[in-house]
Design a protein around this ligand. Sequence first.
Ligand SMILES: Cc1ncc(COP(=O)(O)O)c(C=O)c1O
Length: 434
Amino acid sequence: MNPTEQKTTVSEAVRKHKEFLFPAVATYYQEPVALVKGEGEYVWDDAGNRYLDCFGGVLTVSVGHANPRINEAIIAQTNKIQHTSALYANENQSNLAEKLAEITPGDLKKSFFTSSGTEADDTAILAAKLATGRHEIVVLRHSYSGRSATALSSVGHSTWKPIASQVAGVVHAAAPYCYRCPFKLEYPSCGVACAQDIEEIIQTTTTGEIAAFMAEPILGVGGFIVPPPEYFQIAYEIARNHGGLCISDEVQTGWGRTGDKWFGIEQWNVTPDIMTSAKGMANGVPIGWTIATSEVADKFPGLTFATFGGNPVSTAAALAVIKMIEDDDLRANCKTVGDYLRERLEELKEKYPVIGDVRGMGLMQGIELVKDRTTKEPAPEAVLRVFEETKRRGVLIGKGGLYGNVIRTGMMLNSTKDNVDELVAALDQGFALC
Ligand SMILES: Cc1ncc(COP(=O)(O)O)c(C=O)c1O
């Protein structure tokens, strides 16, 4: 879109958002956008402006807005029966659980459904504690796991922690953040010190026997931090030596997002004991999911229940998303289009010194902005400039990173190279202003 053609209007939705929502529910952009319509890769705001959506409501609209194949499943199920509660079996929940046992790695078999990533991670941590009889968990700095007391205690960002940790026994290991190595070393001569340090973390900050090690295969909110290839093999081995179960948080990295594989952890040649996901699993219909080996799941005692867990509509949507990823070979598309996006972003890096690092996998690509490539001082204000300019040019992007200086792109799994060109053209204009 020609930026001069952009319409503006005073948005009632934005005005009421500011007046009636918790101020902590922050919005992107100087003039927040109120979205009223979506179709495929595009969304429209309430002034009629069209945008290429390169963030998908935080990697959640995975196969396009208002996708007829997903909506058909949702509408058909809504018209049949919309809610049952987990007290009754329903065929969508059962079929989805069976399918998930088939497509997940290793011996993962039994599922528990909820409504969000927070609940999925909570369930995983609880299951690990119950299965091991231990209480301590190792998580990563720069990680994100949600908003419950347990999840907030696990979050590795002060910016997302409004209160001190309320749950004891959570320790934070160094992130495998090569661009800003916590040990000031360089890969590969570092010997993957960040992974090796988990041994000392366990020995010095826990009882020595842990319930679990929980990590995202690529740290999402942290700014798409990609670990070195050996990281997870070393980390999982250390955790298991200390009696811990390994939890892979696939809230952002699941469903083919990293290219070729269903789940991010499969890129690292290890097999978790528990896995969680949410976001892109049902293309925007609320869902949370925890899967564990039978050995772990069977040790969850007593009764447990989530009112909306396994809801027939959300599980219908998830089944339709998985079917579409399979039918259209979207894992392969993610790899092909993701590689192309990466190539184009590397070109921008050659052109603009404000780009310190380009990283990611598949259609999960981030750009870390710095004031100076030598000092690596974060440049969050440059991100804001790029945000405003790309918006003016009809493209929506995301951000992240502890310092708010990482542009995150989470294009839809069925995006095309033309979509990439449109995104890169807008970014190019944005970086030109930095
Ligand atoms: C890796 C990860 N885990 C958990 C969560 C929490 O998910 P939700 O916001 O659905 O509770 C998020 C949300 O961004 C996430 O990125």
